[in-house]
Design a protein around this ligand. Structure first.
Ligand code: SF4
Length: 713
């Protein structure tokens, strides 16, 4: 029997709709879903080959357990594994208290799974020690939206790409990392008035189509954005009516901007004064201006400041809440947005609520059926702090779901040390082995996205329903079901008596009710089965609300948006004579995170077969390095080895290494051994984008012809 099932791509936050053709329980084709309102059939290489990540040799299809780390795993039932974990959890909590356990979960899980993990930690066990890999991805954007606009979530939508005249793209390589949206921007380039400004230390493929590339020194974005604001003010390209009627704290911002002359910023950033003026002119004088950003802005000890500086530009010009204008953060994962909605980071509660707010705790506790005091009033450990506490022995047990922290966390040798020290490590995943599973005591088999029902929210706040295309292998179960079975074993059966993902979604909706910043009231599974819906969705008409803040009413106490004056601060690592290079990391077009999925798709592997360090030819010449030479990179935290790729698209003094290859590629090949866990003071997002490193040649590359000559000599 043949059928077409609609679901969502499991990779990036663009959230492309997929139409998956299934015959006799097997996927026979995947194409973009033309009826999905976000992407209208658009799809990239990764999404087009998603069928190949379902039945890979590394699928985890049964639970596995071992009683000591030196022993091999033994297959067991999910039930037996959960009984074992529940007994250990009870014993650890009895001995060391409720904050001796923690959960590290993922923006790749469905909203329903994120919700039940959060409820298990904060509502049932009473610990706020739950965090997610969104901490590495979008935490700075979430914090800045809350500070400036009073609530998380972007104001904008993908249709704004069709009406904006000026695109300010900062720290986002959209051509490779958000390709379907990038194609939409590229279609606009033929228009006379359209201008694309890219701020990036690398001349990425996104820059190829740009009108202006501001190739800033890594970490200097705040100086640049303050200088753009300076020009907007001095040239009177600001919107005084909007500022007067809809914002506050303008005077303080103006004082800071006054000091950031283009001349000063040009020196700090390494770009020309003229280009700063040009960027300000286009941003300020285009009828509509859209700024787009991703990890380049967020993964920084100044991540929130960078986000606020961008939002300041929109508020100063009134370019927000109307078609084609607004700040638009791009999510890296398919459901980082859903995770923020359920409050799955250490300080959140479902419905854009906060553990520090007494009313929020009371509201959620009532819905959960737990005493309000069960929810602690302080945020728990964020991702970096969680692994630090584990290494110190303060945290005893950790449950990791849907991520691979030994390869992807900053300073990942520390993560490995922490896991070795833990009394109990549970890893719930669709794939094994990963770099993290060798540290586990228990492995739990999760079903992957094409096998489950549930919801996900993409970068433009559109919620889509995932529908199962094929059954999961072996004993694998939807992740939410593993969590609820575990909760029952701890004695919380009544709190987790859901029979479907839909039940969980309905409870999540109750937590959103009464919060106008996250209006889900018109969204039901029945409606989502027909089409994806954008929130706010106050009623059941249409496809939801495309743009927020159209009435210029913000979610702050005063209803006005807040300007936040921000000052430039350099990255935490300092470049020195011993460590003179700025290491920056990022994604490649055809790989995904630590390649547990894409590493098994032949075509994707062919296009990115091996890791490399991109180095400017001038730097290479100074260090007598040639293409393919093996080098050792060292930071204050560790060392890694890879091969040189000469690349004149990168600034001299900067090195780019993709972060997709972990220790399973080669034991010393994981670049996150070097990266910095120091976090932004507000968002606690670590500074993955900047590490001071040294480069040393280890071995000369021997071209094949030379090797042949040597062999026959
Ligand atoms: Fe998947 Fe992102 Fe590619 Fe769309 S753009 S198909 S969501 S990886």
């Amino acid at each position: 029997m043949e059928k077409t099932v609609n679901t969502i791509c499991p990779y990036c936050g663009v959230g492309c709709g997929l139409a998956v053709k299934v015959r006799d329980g097997k996927i026979i084709s995947v194409r973009g879903d033309k009826d999905h309102a976000s992407t209208l059939g658009g799809i990239c290489q990764k999404g087009a080959q998603v069928d190949q990540i379902v039945a890979t040799p590394n699928r985890l299809a049964s639970a596995q357990l071992r009683h000591s780390r030196g022993e091999p795993f033994e297959h067991t039932t999910v039930d037996a594994a959960l009984t074992h974990v529940a007994d250990k959890f009870k014993q650890i909590i009895r001995t060391h208290g409720r904050d001796s356990v923690g959960f590290y979960i993922s923006g790749q899980l469905t909203t329903e799974t994120q919700y039940v993990f959060n409820k298990l930690a904060k509502g049932a066990l009473g610990t706020n020690n739950i965090d997610a890999n969104s901490r590495l991805c979008m935490a700075s954007a979430a914090s800045a939206y809350k500070l400036a606009l009073g609530a998380d979530g972007p104001p904008t939508c993908y249709d704004d790409l069709d009406t904006a005249e000026c695109f300010l793209i900062l720290g986002a390589n959209m051509a490779e990392c958000h390709p379907v949206l990038w194609q939409r921007i590229k279609r606009r380039l033929a228009r006379k008035r359209v201008r694309v400004i890219v701020v990036d230390p690398r001349r990425t493929p996104t820059v190829d189509a740009a009108h202006l590339h501001l190739q800033v020194k890594p970490g200097t974005d705040v100086a640049l954005l303050n200088a753009i604001l300076h020009v907007l003010i001095t040239q009177r390209w600001t919107n005084e009516t909007f500022i007067r009627n809809h914002t506050e704290n303008w005077e303080a911002l103006r004082d800071v901007a006054e000091n950031w002359t283009p001349a000063r910023a040009a020196k700090v950033c390494g770009v020309s004064e003229l280009d700063i003026h040009r960027a300000a002119f286009w941003f300020g004088n285009s009828a509509e201006s859209l700024s787009l950003w991703a990890m380049g802005a967020n993964q920084s000890t100044s991540g929130v400041a960078k986000n606020l500086a961008l939002i300041n530009l929109h508020l100063a010009t009134g370019k927000i809440g109307r078609p084609g204008s607004g700040p638009f953060s791009l999510t890296g994962q398919p459901n980082a947005m859903g995770g923020r909605e359920v409050g799955y980071m250490s300080g959140g509660l479902p419905g854009y609520r906060d553990v520090t707010n007494t009313d929020d705790r009371a509201t959620v506790a009532k819905i959960w059926g737990v005493p309000p005091r069960r929810i602690q009033p302080q945020p728990g450990l964020d991702a970096v702090r969680m692994f630090e506490a584990l290494e110190r022995g303060e945290l005893k047990a950790i449950w990791i779901c849907g991520c691979n922290p030994v390869a992807t966390m900053p300073n990942c040798d520390q993560v490995a040390r922490a896991l070795r020290r833990a009394e109990l490590v549970v890893v719930q995943d669709c794939y094994a082995p990963t770099e993290t599973t060798p540290f586990a005591d228990v492995l739990l088999p999760g079903a992957m996205n094409l096998e489950i029902a549930g919801t996900m929210t993409n970068s433009e706040r559109r919620i889509s329903l995932l529908q199962p295309c094929v059954p999961p292998p072996g004993d694998a179960l939807p992740d939410w079901e593993i969590v609820t079975r575990f909760a029952a074993k701890l004695g919380f059966e009544e709190l987790f008596s859901y029979t479907s993902a839909q039940d969980i979604f309905e409870e999540h909706k109750l937590c959103c009710a009464g919060n106008p910043a996250l209006d889900f009231s018109g969204i039901t599974y029945a409606r989502l089965k027909r089409h994806a819906v954008q929130w706010p969705a106050p009623n059941t008409r249409g496809q939801g609300v495309a743009r927020r803040y159209r009435q210029k009413k913000f979610f702050t106490k005063s209803g006005r948006a807040n300007f936040h004056p921000v000052e430039f601060a350099p990255p935490q690592d300092l470049l020195t004579a011993e460590k003179p290079f700025a290491l920056t990391t990022g994604r490649l077009a055809n790989q995904w995170h630590s390649r547990t999925k894409t590493g098994h798709v032949a075509k994707l592997v062919q296009s990115n077969p091996a890791p490399f360090a991109a180095i400017h030819p001038d730097d290479a010449a100074r260090l007598e390095l040639a293409d393919g030479d093996e080098i050792e990179l060292a930071s204050a935290r560790g060392v890694a080895r890879t091969s040189v790729k000469l690349d004149d698209t990168i600034l001299s003094g900067t090195v780019f290494v993709p972060f997709h290859w972990g220790q399973s590629h080669r034991v010393d090949g994981c670049i996150n051994t070097l990266t910095n866990g120091a976090g932004d003071p507000v968002s606690h997002q670590p500074e993955l984008k900047f590490s001071a490193v040294s480069l040393v040649k280890i071995a000369r590359h021997e071209p094949e012809s030379e090797l042949c000559d040597a062999a026959t000599a």
